[in-house]
Design a protein around this ligand. Structure first.
Ligand SMILES: CC(C)(COP(=O)(O)OP(=O)(O)OC[C@H]1O[C@@H](n2cnc3c(N)ncnc32)[C@H](O)[C@@H]1OP(=O)(O)O)[C@@H](O)C(=O)NCCC(=O)NCCS
Length: 181
């Protein structure tokens, strides 16, 4: 699968991405608000192997490399079975991470908007959800910019660095569905 946006190409990961992915997956700044990492090189290699396994049908999770000028600068995913907040096969959770020197240029919002289009137009998803820490202002803003709205507060939702952290739950319904559906 490959999706081109104005400035980015979202494409499948491959083994040759190990160094580029590990550069951000091992960065404590990047991992501060997520439940994984900072990764060892073995953990990053396992992540890439897991992405390769997604290509076997049926594909429940779509994880794509966010690339700029052919180099991976991040990762974005649409998750169905793997998600604890998506309810059933017509819902998916979106998640993303970018390397720190790529923050602040609108890349996450550009990639997320493309993944929402994929969800509505190709996958027939009816509702996309996302969670993020309340203090993760950048991620909250990304979700707002792509049209998602905060619908719930989940106390102690994710264990991060040994502590149960609260999450905001964001959601958006497919614009292709009737407002009364
Ligand atoms: C969250 C993340 C993906 C955002 O990527 P990005 O490409 O910088 O996002 P965008 O540029 O599309 O949008 C970020 C928005 O948040 C704003 N923002 C970022 N940090 C902010 C802060 N500390 N305070 C206020 N606003 C902030 C930016 O100004 C921008 O809004 P604007 O376009 O209205 O100016 C990136 O910071 C990241 O990878 N963080 C680590 C992993 C992570 O937290 N992933 C999400 C888990 S829920």
């Amino acid at each position: 699968m490959e999706i081109s946006t104005k400035r980015l190409v979202l494409r499948e990961f491959w083994e040759g991405d190990l160094d580029a992915v590990h550069a951000f997956a091992a960065d404590p700044t990047v991992c501060a608000f997520v439940e994984w990492g900072p990764n060892t090189i073995e953990e990053t290699a396992a992540f890439l192997r897991q992405c390769g396994k997604q290509l076997l049908e049926p594909r429940e999770t779509i994880t794509l490399a966010v690339t700029r000028d052919s180099t991976p600068i991040g990762s974005i995913a649409l998750m169905r079975a793997e998600s604890d907040v998506a309810r059933g096969p017509e819902e998916a959770e979106i998640g993303y991470v970018l390397r720190a020197d790529a923050w602040g240029y609108g890349y996450a919002a550009e990639a997320a908007a493309a993944m929402l289009e994929l969800a509505w137009n190709v996958l027939g998803i009816s509702r996309v959800v996302a969670t993020c820490r309340p203090e993760n202002t950048g991620s909250v803003r990304v979700l707002e910019k792509v049209g998602m709205r905060c619908v719930d507060y989940l106390p102690g939702h994710k264990r991060i660095d040994g502590v149960d952290r609260d999450s905001l739950l964001f959601a958006m319904r497919s614009p292709l569905r009737s407002p009364h559906a």
